[in-house]
Design a protein around this ligand. Structure first.
Ligand code: ZN
Length: 130
């Protein structure tokens, strides 16, 4: 049993109250009539299946019944953040990769500063996305 934070209820609730609904941030084509069959097929049927950071749509089915987004690590099953529909994730695969690179450079210089450098890299990438 673990708990998931609902961004609408503002509480950590038991996982059994939630259901995953697949990949988040799938944009409907602006003009479906202008799409090729391949473009329309990609939109309808093909989804990312990354090893690592994945942004997913979830619903608080036995709660407020609202949909929201989850950033989850598919390797460790860690939920890194939840956020409302229409918002952008603050944690992405790119932001974590750049934070790890920064931390790696800092470790080479001196291990003590690595944690602080990693934290600031994540904050910088979050700020850039706003
Ligand atoms: Zn809720």
């Amino acid at each position: 049993m673990f708990y998931i934070h609902c961004p609408y209820c503002g509480e950590h609730r038991e996982e059994e109250e939630f259901h995953p609904k697949g990949q988040a941030h799938i944009a409907r084509p602006q003009d479906p009539d202008a799409c090729s069959d391949e473009e329309w097929g990609d939109y309808l049927f093909f989804r990312d299946n990354p090893r690592g950071i994945h942004h997913e749509l979830w619903v608080h089915a036995v709660g407020c019944r609202k949909f929201f987004n989850v950033t989850r690590n598919t390797v460790t099953y860690d939920i890194l953040e939840t956020y409302k529909i229409g918002e952008q994730p603050s944690v992405t695969a790119e932001s974590l990769a750049s934070a790890e690179k920064t931390a790696g450079v800092q470790v080479a210089d001196g291990g003590q500063q690595a944690v602080g450098a990693s934290d600031s890299a994540v904050k910088d990438s979050r700020g850039a996305k706003v």
